[in-house]
Write a protein that binds this ligand. Structure first.
Ligand code: NAP
Length: 333
């Protein structure tokens, strides 16, 4: 068996720190790890798998020593500049930023949904947006069985999705510390902000357009009708989403629930009479997508509404990326 070498870029960030935990749990056959961040963190010590490692500054020549894989979680600009350099040195990059997601040459992968795309990579594989990843896991099952005609997304997204600064704004608000906001334009404590990423000319936010375009690419339905409203809410971790779906075909609601329940990566929690439905507090620190509150949309011939919750830092970023590395290793055997 080959022993691989992996670089983790952005190892000091929210996603990077969780990627360290996920890597410890997954126990992949990786013999050597190198951890990178910005010059600000160079020299910092981190503990991984019971050993101490020193964070290195990411530089143009960082990949000269040769890596099999690199997981990038350091923002779009860093990915745009350094991922092609890493790929040109023979390293396969799994990128958490939005830099390459819509590039037709770059596979956009959720392993439960479209693992067949992984082998088509030319050196870079994109991890989808966190809110898209958790949605497409159940949507793929529904599309395979009932053919989706239209999707309406309404999201309730945790502050951890905005990185460490987002978490700080909420914590400072809770503690009433009077600190200046560092991430959001308005206080997130006691508020909901219908504003994630920048506003575009058509009035949508970039986050909403990401969800629309990425869903179409992953489900391989370029003309699918999809719309979205994405909202930041005062929750530390785990995104919740209300998803309305219209199908081409009729369905039996119990059968539909069973299909979701028996699918990989999904936990069905759907017993409203006993107050059982997905919750951010329960999905926290788990890799599965939680689905519940499934009911017919009685305003259309064949449609449902459901509630979908997942840990945006794990399944929405770190775990999905490490699952892709795991698949790359399995395909290499
Ligand atoms: P974060 O907490 O702000 O961390 C950013 C990381 O990037 C830090 O490790 C930082 O290192 C590093 N970095 C910044 N500039 C760098 C540079 N020039 N060279 C090397 N490293 C650099 O952000 P995050 O939430 O972890 O997000 C990281 C990426 O994942 C972003 O692209 C984000 O869009 C994406 N993502 C996040 C989520 C989420 O739910 N949070 C989900 C999906 C995707 P220093 O500590 O040295 O500054």
């Amino acid at each position: 068996m080959k022993n691989y070498k992996l670089a983790l870029v952005g190892a000091t960030g929210l996603v990077g720190q969780t990627a360290l935990k996920v890597l410890e749990e997954f126990k992949l056959p990786i013999a050597e790890y190198v951890f990178f961040a910005s010059s600000k963190s160079a020299g910092k010590k981190i503990s991984f798998n019971g050993k101490e490692y020193t964070i290195r500054e990411l530089k143009e020549d960082s990949f000269d020593e040769g890596f099999d894989f690199a997981v990038f979680s350091a923002g779009g600009d860093t990915s745009k500049h350094f991922s092609p350099i890493a790929a040109s040195k023979g390293c396969i990059v799994v990128d958490n930023s939005s830099a390459f997601r819509m590039d037709p040459e770059v596979p956009l992968v959720v392993p439960e949904v479209n693992p067949e795309e992984i082998s088509k990579n030319k050196g870079i594989i994109a991890n989808p947006n966190c809110s898209t990843i958790q949605a497409v896991v159940p949507l793929k099952v529904l599309d395979d069985n009932y053919k989706i005609k239209r999707i309406v997304y309404s999201t309730y997204q945790a502050v951890s999705g905005a990185g460490q600064k987002g978490v700080l704004d909420l914590e400072n608000g809770i503690n009433k510390s009077g600190e200046e906001l560092v991430k959001f334009p308005y206080p997130i404590f006691n508020n909901c902000l219908p504003h994630i990423d920048v506003f575009l000319d058509n009035g949508y936010t970039k986050e909403e357009i990401k969800m629309i375009n990425e869903t179409r690419k992953i489900l391989k339905k370029p003309n699918l009708k999809v719309t979205a409203t994405t909202v930041r809410v005062p929750v530390i971790n785990c995104h919740s989403e209300a998803i309305n779906v219209e199908f081409e075909k009729d369905f039996d609601i119990d059968e539909l629930k069973n299909k979701l329940k028996s699918s990989k990566g999904i936990i069905l929690e759907d017993d409203p009479q006993n107050n059982l439905y997905p919750l951010a507090t329960k999905a926290n620190n788990h890799d599965e997508v939680y689905v519940g509150r499934i009911r017919r949309d009685e305003s259309v011939p064949f449609g449902i509404n459901f509630w979908c919750v997942a840990d945006n830092i794990r399944k929405g970023a770190a775990t999905n990326a490490i699952q892709i590395v795991q698949e790359l290793i399995n395909n290499d055997k």
